[in-house]
Design a protein around this ligand. Structure first.
Ligand SMILES: NC(=O)c1ccc[n+]([C@@H]2O[C@H](COP(=O)([O-])OP(=O)(O)OC[C@H]3O[C@@H](n4cnc5c(N)ncnc54)[C@H](O)[C@@H]3O)[C@@H](O)[C@H]2O)c1
Length: 354
């Protein structure tokens, strides 16, 4: 049984995902670093097949997916060479997805946009993965709608609220389709580290007084996020993940903070936490985390895709609760990471419904 996937947005994350599926094809199952399990509910990484792809960039539209993933302005690392996939990147609909800073970098293809729902349907895709840029509210609504029309499940890797929005949850339930999201939580990224540290401090009886998390990077994602007006959902997504770990209000500032071109796809995160423990004694933490951004989310997405395929095979529809809590920053139900992992594994083993 294959999970047939249509990708929307062939940027750095899509590149890492497509490369990752190929990379793990011939790997030793014991060395499948970055996956919840090599065999997840009977599905191996190579049971993911890419059958359709959409973008709007003239450098990518019309190319085979295996070539488009390495095209400028993508700048993540190459972990392997991907052979020709026989999947042509089609032109989707631009709508509100190209922000004012990215306009200088991405030239929109002058080819005609395709009928996205028909392409998804004809490709046989049963899952659509959404990777459009931050702030693309209307474009994300458009692609979620196209997935519904095509009868495909939807995984929303970016921070516009679909899986965590009650109206979209009902729409997917009414169509008998699962939905997962929102905003993928990287394997060892700023969010999981920050929320786990805050949870540890709270569990150990520390009173957290203030915290911030500042992030910088040099890819188009960070260039786009210079536009503060596009960031509302991104800040909410990242902040809510951390706030949910504290049973009281803490002054918090979290979000993307600058674009530093020469960092390319390296992301640097600074986490600061100030609190008090026994006898009001002060404690501070000042942490710097440095990662390559796109591969950090790819293993999580391989798990999310396989989990969504399992939901489809079980005829489960509507929001996938445990999968979203495990794989995403802004899920329908927020959980500490250890709890989310147990819930997700219970779901995979059929011990819970969603
Ligand atoms: N670890 C991570 O990298 C991570 C974690 C969480 C969330 N995200 C989110 O995932 C999304 C993708 O991240 P990325 O690093 O791949 O970004 P990216 O900028 O490299 O890729 C976005 C791609 O979408 C394409 N695109 C733009 N408008 C489109 C449209 N209307 N239709 C189809 N394609 C369109 C662009 O041309 C580009 O290829 C972003 O929203 C990002 O914030 C990434």
């Amino acid at each position: 049984m294959k999970a047939k996937v249509a990708i929307v947005g062939v940027g750095n994350c899509a590149s890492a995902l497509v490369q990752g599926v190929h990379y793990y094809k011939n790997s030793n199952p014991d060395e499948a670093i970055g996956l919840a399990k090599y065999d997840l509910g009977g599905l191996k990484p190579y049971d993911i097949e890419f059958v359709a792809a959409f973008d709007v960039d003239e450098n990518k539209v019309g190319k085979d997916l295996s070539e488009a993933i390495y095209e400028y302005p993508n700048n993540t690392i190459r972990i392997c060479n991907v052979p020709k996939l026989g999947v042509r990147v089609e032109k989707g609909a631009v709508i509100d997805s190209i922000g004012k800073y990215v306009r200088d970098v991405i030239k929109v293809s002058d080819k005609d946009s395709v009928d996205v729902a028909s392409v998804i349907k004809d490709s046989g895709a049963d899952i659509v993965v959404n990777y459009v840029p931050v702030g693309s509210v209307k474009a994300t609504h458009f692609y979620a709608d196209q997935a519904l029309k095509a009868g495909a499940a939807f995984i929303n890797a970016m921070p516009v609220f679909i899986a965590s929005n009650p109206d979209w949850q009902s729409r997917f339930s009414n169509y008998g389709l699962p939905v997962a999201g929102d905003d993928v939580m990287s394997q060892i990224g700023a969010t999981v580290l920050h929320k786990t540290l805050i949870k540890l401090l709270v569990d150990r009886g520390v009173k957290v007084d203030e915290t911030y998390q500042l992030n910088i990077g040099g890819d188009t994602d960070f260039l786009n996020m210079l536009e503060e007006e596009r960031l509302m959902d991104k800040r909410e997504s990242k902040t809510s993940a951390v706030r949910a770990m504290v049973p009281y209000n803490v002054p918090t500032r979290i979000g993307p903070s600058d674009y530093v071109r020469f960092l390319r796809n390296e992301k640097i995160c600074y986490i600061w936490i100030k609190g008090r423990y026994f006898g009001n004694s002060p404690v501070t933490m000042d942490i710097k985390l440095s990662v390559v951004d796109a591969p950090n989310s790819a293993g999580v997405m391989i798990d999310a895709i396989r989990g969504t395929k399992i939901a489809l095979m079980r005829n489960i529809s509507g929001p996938l609760i445990s999968l979203s809590a495990y794989c995403f920053k802004h899920p329908p139900v927020q959980m500490p990471f250890d709890e989310a992992k147990i819930a997700f594994m219970d779901f995979i083993e059929g011990k819970r419904d969603t």
